[in-house]
Design a protein around this ligand. Structure first.
Ligand code: NAP
Length: 298
């Protein structure tokens, strides 16, 4: 069996088309969706993420502004910017690009963002709301994974989803999303982590296997049952002198071997990655829709 490719780029493009219409509807009510991004320092990866967020926002007709602070900025300075954006009635979504320089307490900054503008979905209030099944904003990467599954015809309802990784930004919120008694969810969820003895025992039982470990080739072909749907969240840099930048990106699964066993698989790059930015745009439009008194789609 050779797996069908789930293209994150294609699904993201489909969602962005839908967003263009939603943005027009909000604008017609006098509200222009506005995403504010805070970038501290000049980390090349962060700068490239911020650029793709700005491009995505422009593509769907939203307003975007990146506030750039020097790498030496103090915690107080970043908090000041967040406070200003919290107060600005025209701003619907605030995203502080992580990681932040060492002198700044990330948690303190993220907790300062008003929950109703927290389009990353990381504020404790939004995390709690997700867990009880009343979310305002779903965290972007796990929401993107759910959309990839549903829109590729692999609805997780009634399926056994095994997630490898329990981080607060991917594994745990993905589990919280997929176990809700809702459409596009209602799955049986198992989470594996470094404390799990014999991970293969669980991955071999998966209908849908999600790898979010940050370890290249952590999932090998012998850990995958034929016909499994495999979603690779991992993004790892591997030294590759043949590339202009000196590295290439690989996921957490042994792609070449597993694509011969899986029924569906996401590539890296071009799988989950393009979805993350798109779901950030979805959350910002959602925040603007609320302001405009428009009911957002689920
Ligand atoms: N495409 C995207 O948009 C996107 C977004 C976010 C993250 N990512 C990528 O996804 C990957 C995971 O990110 P993250 O932020 O969730 O990473 P993280 O915070 O480092 O968490 C990794 C998780 O995987 C578990 N783990 C690591 N090695 C393992 C092993 N050998 N066996 C079992 N479990 C193992 C860890 O277990 P413990 O809890 O026991 O330590 C931890 O729960 C990274 O490659 C990251 O770059 C991609």
């Amino acid at each position: 069996m050779t797996a069908k490719l789930i293209s994150g780029a294609e699904v993201a493009a489909e969602i962005r088309e839908e967003l263009k219409t939603r943005v027009k509807n909000v604008v017609a009510k006098g509200v222009k969706p506005f995403l504010a991004v805070v970038l501290v320092g000049e980390d090349p990866a962060s700068m490239s993420y911020v650029t793709s967020k700005a491009k995505g926002a422009a593509e769907v007709g939203m307003h975007e502004e990146t506030i750039r602070l020097p790498a030496a900025a103090s915690e107080a300075e970043v908090l000041q910017v967040v406070d200003r954006l919290n107060k600005d009635k025209n701003v619907h979504g605030i995203l502080v690009q992580l990681p932040l320089p060492k002198q700044i307490d990330e948690k303190k900054i993220l907790d300062r963002i008003l929950p109703e503008k927290d389009v990353d979905g990381f504020h404790p209030i939004n995390v709690g709301k997700l867990l009880i099944g009343e979310p305002d904003f779903l965290p972007c990467t796990p929401h993107g994974v759910q959309q990839l599954l549903v829109r590729s015809g692999n609805n997780p309802e009634g399926k056994h989803v095994v997630i490898c990784g329990r981080s607060n930004i991917v594994g745990k919120p993905l589990a919280a999303i997929l176990l809700q008694k809702k459409r596009g969810a209602n799955a049986t969820v198992t989470i594996c982590h470094t404390g799990t003895k014999d991970i293969a025992k669980y991955t071999l039982q998966a209908d849908i296997l999600v790898a979010a470990m940050g370890v290249p080739k952590a999932i090998t072909a012998d850990m995958v049952r034929p016909g499994t749907v495999v979603i690779d969240v991992g993004v790892n840099r591997i030294v590759d002198p043949s590339k202009e930048k000196g590295f290439r990106l690989v996921g957490d699964v042994d792609y070449d071997a597993i694509k011969e066993k899986a029924s569906f698989i996401t590539p890296v790059p071009g799988g989950v990655g393009p979805m993350t930015v798109t779901m950030l745009l979805v959350n910002t439009v959602r925040a603007a829709e609320r302001k405009a008194g428009i009911q957002s789609p689920e």
